[in-house]
Design a protein around this ligand. Structure first.
Ligand SMILES: [Zn+2]
Length: 300
């Protein structure tokens, strides 16, 4: 294994990227710690919603760690017409993560402790948007929210919208108030095809089947085990490969763009008649940031 990784690197809130050149495969591993606690602490989510958002944030970090440009952003949005969860949003930009879930508390309580993805969303859709900033442009793919986990729905996204065979494994756990979450993404990118649209997607390519067979042996407990470093996981899965390269990703932090200045700029783009309707008796417009559960009084 070759790497540029500091031996003391713990990979807490920092994705690890790896490539297996001989198999045309690349991967990402991430384990969320304090960034996850910080995001969840802004809300008072019941366990099933906290676990759902934790899984979504893991996937957003995995997808975000694929971005090459620091101005680029990836947004995941799961939406439904009549589900218990009305909306789940999370995004990633330059290592900054944020997310929230809008749901019906009463209906959730009726679903019990361990609701399935279908019980939470009903018939829903997952939209993934890559905002490439500059020459890469904006690309959005929408897939049905099907399967056992958000990770499975996201695999469908990669196959259908990007024609990239992908495996996503996520693990989430709640111990009292502490949520742990981690994930693995592995993709097959036949040589020279990265970034180019493919006419045919082969899910049965022997190199890919081999990588998948190894990657699927990773257990949830291993993903979440803080004693097992992300590098040790890569080693454990792929040590028989001729070459595996690893590289540490961007540190993850909780980040949001909300500020009175930001909202004033946004509000100033509205016509004055609309702003007049939004003002209260004191002439203040109150804007909610759903990501932070904070209200911003703006004089605009
Ligand atoms: Zn905010």
């Amino acid at each position: 294994m070759t790497n540029d990784v500091d031996a003391a690197e713990t990979f807490s809130d920092k994705p690890l990227a790896f490539t297996i050149p001989s198999r045309d495969a690349r991967g990402r591993l991430v384990r969320l710690d304090s960034v996850l606690q910080e995001i969840l602490s802004a809300h008072d989510y019941p366990a099933p919603i906290a676990l759902l958002l934790a899984e979504a944030l893991v996937i957003a970090s995995l997808l975000g760690s694929l971005l090459k440009d620091d101005d680029a952003q990836v947004t995941m949005q799961a939406q439904t017409e009549a589900g218990t969860v009305r909306l789940l949003v999370c995004d990633y930009r330059a290592g900054e993560l944020r997310g929230y879930v809008d749901f019906d508390r009463e209906r959730l309580a009726e679903l019990g402790a361990n609701p399935s993805l279908f019980a939470l969303f009903g018939k829903g859709f997952l939209a993934i948007t890559f905002d490439g900033a500059g020459k890469q442009g904006r690309y959005q793919g929408i897939v049905p929210l099907e399967g056992e986990t958000l990770g499975e729905a996201c695999e469908t996204y990669f196959v259908q919208s990007e024609q990239v065979p992908s495996l996503i494994k996520t693990a989430v756990r709640l111990d009292g108030d502490t949520c742990s979450a981690a994930g693995l993404l592995v993709q097959h990118l036949p040589e020279g095809e990265e970034g180019r649209e493919r006419l045919h997607t082969r899910l049965d390519h022997p190199e890919w089947e081999h990588v998948m067979a190894l990657a699927t042996t990773l257990r949830h407990e291993e993903l979440l085990d803080p004693e097992l470093s992300l590098e040790a996981i890569v080693w454990r899965l792929f040590h028989e490969e001729t070459e595996v390269r690893t590289i540490a990703g961007h540190s993850l932090v909780r980040g949001c763009r909300c500020s009175p200045e930001h909202y004033r700029d946004v509000l100033m783009k509205f016509p004055e008649e609309e702003r007049a309707e939004m003002r209260d008796d004191e002439g203040i417009i109150t804007v909610d940031c759903a990501f932070c559960s904070r209200k911003f009084p703006v004089a605009a």
